[in-house]
Design a protein around this ligand. Structure first.
Ligand SMILES: *Cc1c(COP(=O)(O)O)cnc(C)c1O
Length: 352
């Protein structure tokens, strides 16, 4: 109807997440805990004393970048911050492919934003199928990159929704690919595995991280990219001015300052993930995949995953159906107890 709007946007849908306030929210890989009250009070104080709401925020938040650089063991000129890592994904596509220069590639199933952001920019997206155990097929990836003029490759490590890390053999091959290689380490604080040391070996490497998961700041939308200074400088050129609100900058800075307290929850989440894994392993009808993150990926062997999702939601456990399976975020012990009871009510264990 509207002749001025791009027709290729007709088939896209606005990003939408279900609103289910009564259910246990185990569908977005967030940490189940809010910030501690004393830290929220500190942020409220900083908002009152340190933020003039009529003024634009700092466009280049140097103190935050320095704190991120210290946390990651890099220099400040290797850090870019974004309004969530989603903004940085878009900046990376803008900086590599925009204007018919090339395609975006990833290994499917994976995080949907790589595809969505490419499509909104009218950049072709190439999804290469993962192997049966969700590993990356490096030969197929390399062939697809050659055949499609790919300029940027996104790989989530660990992957979402499947939770697995890249194998060593695959990782070793990425450095020699003729593309910008973006490793998305959104779950780094859970996996404790990082490619940061490779930033000095591979000129084509970018690492993405976020404050949305282990640091409990999903509401504030703070992500960051780590790359060599030349790439970082280009990402700075294509970002929006004032992309990070002042309160978000303060929250991220405070989260790093108090990371000992905040990240103390990580081993608890991992222990809870193992508890859920032990429970699910008893079910013949559920295929469980190994995870290095704060969520689990399972595939019901006979039931339709979407039907299982709806049944679990009806019982108060909201999980995500994705890639022919279910992605279940680890919650609080009480939420996990309810999840376990709800799964037990839907499936009968073979043994016990
Ligand atoms: C959650 C997640 C992110 C985080 O996105 P933000 O925009 O920083 O909230 C990025 N990548 C992956 C793979 C994720 O699962």
């Amino acid at each position: 109807m509207q002749p001025y709007l791009r027709p290729d946007l007709d088939r896209l849908q606005a990003y939408h997440t279900p609103h289910f306030p009564e259910a246990d929210k185990l569908d977005a890989n967030e940490l189940p805990h809010d910030l501690p009250e004393w830290l929220k009070n500190k942020l409220a104080f900083l908002l009152e004393q340190g933020v003039r709401t009529n003024r634009y925020p700092e466009g280049d938040p140097l103190a935050l970048k320095a704190a991120i650089a210290e946390y990651c063991g890099v220099t400040s000129d290797m850090v870019c911050v974004g309004n969530g890592s989603d903004e940085l994904i878009r900046s990376l596509i803008t900086a590599t492919c925009l204007g018919d220069r090339g395609t975006v590639a990833s290994a499917e199933p994976t995080f949907s934003m790589y595809r969505i952001l490419a499509e909104t920019l009218a950049v072709p997206y190439v999804g290469v199928a993962r192997t049966a155990d969700y590993g990356v097929d490096a030969d197929a990836l390399e062939a697809a990159i050659q055949a499609n003029g790919t300029r940027v490759l996104f790989l989530a490590n660990p992957n979402s929704p499947t939770g697995n890390l890249l194998s060593d053999e695959t990782s070793e091959r990425l450095g020699s690919l003729p593309v910008l290689v973006v490793l998305d380490e959104a779950y780094y604080e859970f996996s404790r595995f990082s490619a940061v040391p490779l930033l000095w070996e591979w000129p084509n490497l970018v690492i993405l991280r976020t404050f949305s998961k282990a640091f409990r700041l999903a509401n504030f939308r703070v992500g960051y990219a780590l790359a060599n200074p030349e790439i970082a400088a280009v990402l700075e050129k294509v970002r929006l001015p004032y992309n990070l609100p002042g309160l978000s900058q303060l929250a991220a800075f405070a989260a790093l300052e108090h990371r000992d307290v905040l990240l103390a929850a990580v081993p608890e989440i991992l222990a809870e993930r193992r508890r859920i894994e032990r429970f699910l392993a008893d079910f013949e009808q559920i295929e469980l995949f190994p995870s290095d993150a704060n969520f689990l990926f399972v595939r019901p062997r006979t039931a339709d995953p979407e039907a299982v999702r709806v049944a679990l939601a009806g019982r108060g456990s909201l999980v995500r159906s994705a890639a022919g399976g279910l992605r279940i975020t680890v919650g609080t012990p009480e939420q996990n107890d309810r999840l376990i009871a709800n799964v037990a009510a839907l499936f009968t264990p073979e043994m016990r």
